[in-house]
Design a protein around this ligand. Structure first.
Ligand SMILES: Cc1ncc(C[n+]2csc(CCOP(=O)(O)OP(=O)(O)O)c2C)c(N)n1
Ligand SMILES: [Mg+2]
Length: 369
């Protein structure tokens, strides 16, 4: 039987010409015939999470400068994507994040200090993936997409009601792994939502050097799955578009590719100097599209956000930041043997020799002290 789609249904897989938006940059609701705006309660919850998310980003950037984090790939400006990814899922669904998705992970319930273990350089993952249904953050680009698809395949074979949301950046869409994951998920109609945060840069490489496609969401049709574009700084639109894709996956209708149009407001990481490849004015232009301001304006105009509620959200965010600071400023108890544990089931001679060398050095340092 041919799986080729008729021209009409093929067209239905194409994304919009312009990203879906429900709240303008000025904070006004712009109704969309296909996507309802989330409820007031959902928007208030999203806003409070955005306030905490921004505070976590700012705190982590400061912790890098204080030498407490080795590196922090910040999601400043991308918080709406982070929060919507976490809120679109049920507790039993799974999130497959990248190095930039710490705020999404924390919004899923992972303790901030546990989320920072990788970026401090202590362990590959500071949290138990099963506790919050969050895979370890992946640094090798797009590898997590294949893990996500394999995970979804297993869940489907077991008859589990699990939706998997797999995150990646615009640059990661050029990886072979992206292609393999998309193709496999579509052919086997897996319950996966591919969520691309297009922040316009892969370190210094701009989107124009990354792809010649009309948009990243247009890639979906080539695999036979629907693609959609959404304003990545509009948490209302993100919740609606991601929510629909999650429902579709849960109903057994297969994967969706969603491209969120957003912007990386800071350098790639603290190890990058973005003034060498982009103009200050281009970055400034995006401050007017800040994801927090627009939902705040909407909620204030609707009389849904009192001064007291705002103060509470700020206070909760400050507590989270203070807890994170306290844990990160405490000197970690480091056991040098951890460097060698869990590397091989049976330690080879080369590592034995390295361990003896290290032990010798520790003994000498302690003797000198
Ligand atoms: C397979 C692989 N190649 C190269 C790198 C180096 N690298 C780390 S981040 C990055 C840019 C990725 O850009 P994008 O996918 O747009 O994500 P963003 O950092 O913008 O969130 C690159 C090339 C890597 N981590 N993995
Ligand atoms: Mg990018």
């Amino acid at each position: 039987m041919s799986r080729l789609r008729s021209p009409e249904s093929a067209t239905a897989l194409l994304p919009r010409d312009t990203p879906v938006q429900l709240v303008t940059a000025a904070g006004e609701h712009t109704p969309d015939p296909a996507y309802a705006i989330p409820t007031d309660d959902e928007l208030i919850r999203a806003y409070s999470s955005l306030v905490t998310g921004r505070r976590i980003n700012d705190q982590c950037n400061a912790l890098v400068r204080q030498g407490r984090l080795a590196v922090y790939p910040s999601s400043n400006g991308q918080e709406a994507c982070q929060i919507a990814a976490a809120l679109a899922l049920r507790e039993t669904d799974w999130l497959f994040p990248t190095y930039r998705d710490s705020v999404a992970i924390i919004s899923r319930g992972v303790a901030p200090a546990e989320a920072m273990v990788l970026l401090r350089g202590d362990w590959h993952s500071g949290y138990d993936p099963h506790e919050h249904c969050v895979a370890p953050q992946a640094t090798p680009l797009a590898t997590q997409l294949l893990h996500a698809v394999g995970f979804a395949h297993a869940a489907k074979l077991r008859g589990e009601d699990t939706v998997v949301l797999a995150m990646c950046g615009d640059g990661a869409t050029s990886e072979g792994d992206f292609h393999e994951a998309m193709n496999f998920a579509a052919v086997f109609e897996l319950p996966v939502v591919f969520f691309v945060q297009n922040n316009e840069f892969a370190i210094s490489v701009p989107l124009s050097r990354q792809t010649a496609a009309p948009s990243l969401a247009h890639k979906a049709i080539g695999y036979g799955m629907p693609g959609q574009r959404v304003d990545g700084n509009d948490v209302a639109a993100l919740l609606a578009v991601l929510g629909e894709a999650v429902d579709r996956a849960r109903a057994g209708a297969g994967p969706t590719l969603i491209e969120a149009h957003t912007y990386r407001m800071l350098a790639h990481t603290n190890a990058d100097d973005d003034t060498r490849y982009r103009e200050h004015e281009a970055v400034q232009a995006w401050t007017g599209r800040d994801p927090l301001n627009r939902v705040r304006t909407l909620l204030r105009d609707r009389g849904l956000l009192s001064d007291e509620a705002e103060a509470q959200f700020t206070e909760a965010a400050e507590r989270t930041a203070a807890d994170l600071r306290a844990t990160m400023h405490a000197e970690p108890e480091v056991d040098p043997a951890d460097l060698f544990r869990h590397v091989f089931a049976e330690q080879p001679a080369m590592l034995d020799a390295q361990w003896r060398m290290l032990q010798d050095e520790i003994d000498r340092t302690e003797a000198d002290a």
